[in-house]
Design a protein around this ligand. Structure first.
Ligand code: ADP
Ligand code: IOM
Length: 342
């Protein structure tokens, strides 16, 4: 492979950190699962609108391709090689009374974590047999969940197009054919090995074998962020007794995208901010201050509709889960105050 030239206006962290020197040092390296630099960067090379543009094929990728990944991790999370990751899943430490009890701004709240199985390649380097094994192990674990977490698993294979489209439209299921995931091999053998588990109310869901092998999700209408977090923590604690997760003392939970390392947590609200959105500079000044990310209404790489935005914590590594949710909560309080003042 030749050194990829990125256009001047490309903003991905890959384009910023893949110098010719780094490329030459890494281009012939492969992890023990056969994952190469060419595979790691293909998504960002093909998709110039990537935010990051690089993925790991396994835990080893983070060490082997460290010359590229370390500066990306540092820039995204503000986390250096000297820093240590930390965890706090205690809902009592979260200060988050509902910021919008009248339901004027917050449509819904969702908190998810990514997880991958220990001693398995990540999705970009996994074989079909290994992926099917992950699905079977995860589903066996999920079937033992009780109470509010008890539900059913719905494999994508055999799901009608109508059901699938409705689940996507209603924000419960991942989309199909994502070009960013496609370019790193995350859509191989689609739809086999993929599916969704959820309880009856769809307040607790698990995506199987999308960007990560598990996305554990708690969501509900309105702005009771603490209730959503509490349900998620109880799910994580139950599932981790059944499925061994890939973890590193330094990087926290191992995920295929470097943005998700650490807590692997994205806590978001769908929130109506039509007035503030008319002044994007003022909007971004608040989201930057509270380390927040703005997404559109259908998730990453989508647009806002009707003044409703997806606002979530940006940092995930080097801070605890409680701090990640607190970032989102404090920022949302400030955003609502700004919207009210207009
Ligand atoms: P992820 O959150 O796993 O990184 P996406 O950004 O693609 O992935 O979002 C996945 C889905 O979750 C999308 O349909 C998105 O609209 C939905 N979603 C995210 N946050 C919320 C929320 N607070 N309320 C309802 N749906 C949400
Ligand atoms: N997590 C991943 N889907 N994303 C950061 C892709 C990108 O824009 O690089």
């Amino acid at each position: 492979m030749n050194y990829p030239e990125f256009p001047q206006d490309c903003k991905s962290l890959l384009s910023k950190h893949l110098s010719l020197e780094v490329f030459e040092a890494l281009k012939d390296k492969k992890t023990s699962n056969g994952f190469s630099l060419e595979q790691a960067i293909n998504s960002g090379v093909r998709n110039l609108d990537s935010g990051i543009g690089v993925y790991a094929g396994d835990k080893e990728s983070y060490a082997l391709f460290g010359a590229l990944l370390d500066p990306i991790i540092e820039e995204y999370h503000g986390f250096t090689k000297q820093d240590a990751h930390k965890s706090n899943l205690n809902p009592d430490d979260l200060n988050a009374p509902n910021p919008d009890p009248e339901g004027k701004y917050i449509v819904s709240t969702r908190i998810r974590v990514g997880r991958n199985m220990d001693n398995m390649p990540l999705g970009p380097a996994i074989s079909k047999e290994q992926r099917d094994h992950v699905e079977a192990s995860v589903v066996a674990g999920l079937k033992t969940l009780e109470g509010e977490l008890s539900g059913n698993y719905y494999p994508l294979l055999g799901m009608s197009k109508e059901v699938q489209d409705d689940l996507i439209k209603d924000h419960f299921l991942f989309k199909e054919g994502d070009r960013f995931l496609d370019a790193v091999g995350l859509n191989r053998n689609w739809p086999e090995g993929r599916g969704i588990y959820h309880n009856n109310d769809k307040t607790f869901l698990v995506w199987v074998n999308e960007e990560d092998q598990l996305r554990i999700i708690s969501m509900q209408q309105g702005g009771d962020i603490k209730e959503v977090f509490t349900r998620l923590v109880s799910a994580i604690k139950s599932i981790e007794t059944k499925v061994p997760f890939s973890y590193s003392d330094h990087l926290g939970f191992i995920t295929s995208c470097p943005t998700n390392l650490g807590t692997a947590m994205r806590a978001s609200v769908h929130i109506a901010l039509p007035k503030l959105a008319a002044d994007m500079e003022a909007f971004k000044a608040i989201t930057d201050k509270y380390y927040l990310q703005i997404r559109g209404i259908h998730g990453e790489h989508s647009e806002s509709e009707g003044g409703i935005y997806d606002i979530s914590n940006r940092r995930r590594l080097g801070i605890t889960e409680v701090e990640a949710v607190q970032d989102m909560y404090d920022g949302v309080v400030a955003l609502i105050a700004a919207e009210k003042a207009l």
